[in-house]
Each structure stands twice: as C-alpha cells, then as structure tokens.
Design a protein around this ligand. Structure first.
Ligand code: PXP
Length: 258
C-alpha cells in the first residue's frame, strides 16, 4: 500500500491474548507472539495495558515486548507510583494514562484530568523527562481536552467506547451526537497542538466513521481484533483493519472536486 500524506496508524492491543493465557495459567497463547504477527501484518505499534491487578498483561510480558518487538510500544497504565517506576524502567515509546477501577471489565470512562491537574502534571513531566511521550485517555469533552493541553500532555486519546455502544442500539440520533462529539473533540484538541488518537470498542464497521476524522493520527484497537483472530487469524484481521482504515483515509485525502 502506498503511504498517504495523512496516514492513520494502527496500534494493536494484545491484552486479550494474555487474558486467554491467564485463564489456564502457563505460557499459551503468548501475547509477544501475537505482537510479532501483528507487526508482520502491518501494525504500526503495539499497545498493552499493565493493570494493577495483572489480570492479563504481566510485568514479564512488558519486558519481553520491549526486547523482542521492534514496533513502538504504547504502555497503558494507571497514574500510580508503582506504574511510574515500571514505565521508567522500560521507557516505552508512549505511555497512555488511563483511569482504573479494579471491578470494571474494561476501561469504562476517560481520565478526569480536570480534577487532578497538579498530580498529573508532575507525573507527565517525570515520563517526558525520561523520553516517553505521554497520552491521556479522555472522553471527548472540551474541558478535559483543555486541561490535557494545559498540563503538558503530548497526545490525547479520545474514548470511542460510548460511540461504539450507541451504534449497537437503535437510536440513530444518539449515534450522530456521539460521533459529533468525537469530531469536535478531535478538532478542538488538534487546535491546541495535541496529537489526537482514538480507541475503545472499535470493529470493522465502527472504525469507518472514526477513521474519517482527519485530525486523528492513531487508532488503538484490541478486543475485536483478538476475538476476530480466532476465526480468521491474526495476520488477516490486522491486514483487513489496515485496509479499511487506508481506504477511508483515501477518501479523507481526496482532493475536493471543484
Ligand atoms: N485505548 C485504551 C486507552 C484502552 O484502555 C483500550 C482498552 O484496553 C483500548 C484503546 C482498546 O479497546 P478495545 O480493546 O475495546 O479495542
């Protein structure tokens, strides 16, 4: 595929390969092998979430991803002292700070930066001083975006979970409203000079309108890709997702007709 001026990167989140491994204990299936296969199939980066309860990715997985996979590593983590020490040990290419509650099944909402500006500012500075880019996972709210820029984040990752959820329902108005929030959030964030990413809940269909948002430079996708890989294989699912994103982007980059 010919690279595009305004290409959209795909970060493959391999957490749920580890979820299956941990269901039995032992070493199979190996998330590092999944990361290597995703890399071969054209992924632009690997994302892994080291949760405080280690329910999927382990400390050893992070060390092995760092030493065996050449793609940039985006480490998702809570803004805790324990996680900061781990990030400073591995210096991933990017850290994405996420809110974390032990009882939740997945990252249920965005970070409340607005309420924790001072703490997060210092946390971000420590990571940036070590050479890691810092991303904040937030809902597409103007207030949170403004706060992210103010405290020195490099990137905001807009939470697409709500949008993907409403697509499953029948309320098309609500769907349009949620998509509009993402579109406006991306424009607003880019206006502050923030790099804009998005992710959560995306699949072959929901990715299309999201990939069409021109300010986005990266999507992070996990659960759907790993689930679909069971049926069509890791290589095919990454290739197909890249292809859809690329085709949507071709439309975004097309010269407007006079
Ligand atoms: N981005 C962030 C910050 C996340 O926490 C997650 C879930 O771990 C994702 C993207 C990927 O979401 P999903 O697994 O639903 O594709």
């Amino acid at each position: 595929m010919k690279p595009l001026l305004n290409e959209l990167r795909l970060g493959v989140n391999i957490d749920h390969v580890a979820t299956i491994r941990n269901a039995r204990g032992g070493i199979h299936p190996d998330p590092v092998r999944a990361a290597l296969m995703a890399a071969d199939a054209g992924a632009d980066g690997i994302t892994a979430h080291l949760r405080e309860d280690r329910r999927h990715i382990s400390d050893d997985d992070i060390a092995r991803l760092r030493s065996n996979v050449a793609l940039p590593l985006n480490l998702e983590m809570a803004a805790t002292e324990e996680m900061l020490a781990i990030a400073l040990r591995h210096i991933p290419n990017a850290v994405c700070l996420v809110p974390e509650k032990r009882q939740e099944l997945t990252t249920e909402g965005g970070l409340n930066i607005y309420r924790n500006k001072k703490y997060l500012h210092d946390f971000i500075q420590a990571l940036k001083a070590a050479g890691t880019r810092v991303s904040l996972f937030i809902d597409p709210s103007g207030k949170q975006i403004e706060a992210a820029a103010e405290i020195g984040a490099d990137i905001v990752e807009l939470h697409t979970g709500r949008y993907c959820e409403v697509v499953l329902g029948a309320d098309r108005k609500e769907e349009a409203r949620e998509l509009k929030r993402l579109v406006e959030g991306a424009t607003f964030a880019a206006g502050f000079g923030l790099e804009v990413h998005a992710g959560h809940g995306l699949d072959f269909e929901t990715v299309k309108p999201v990939a069409a948002i021109p300010e986005l430079v990266e999507l992070n996708i996990g659960h759907f890709l790993i689930g679909e890989a069971i049926f069509i294989g890791m290589e095919a699912v990454v290739t197909d997702m890249r292809k859809i994103m690329h085709e949507v982007r071709l439309g975004v980059n097309a010269e407007p007709t006079p």
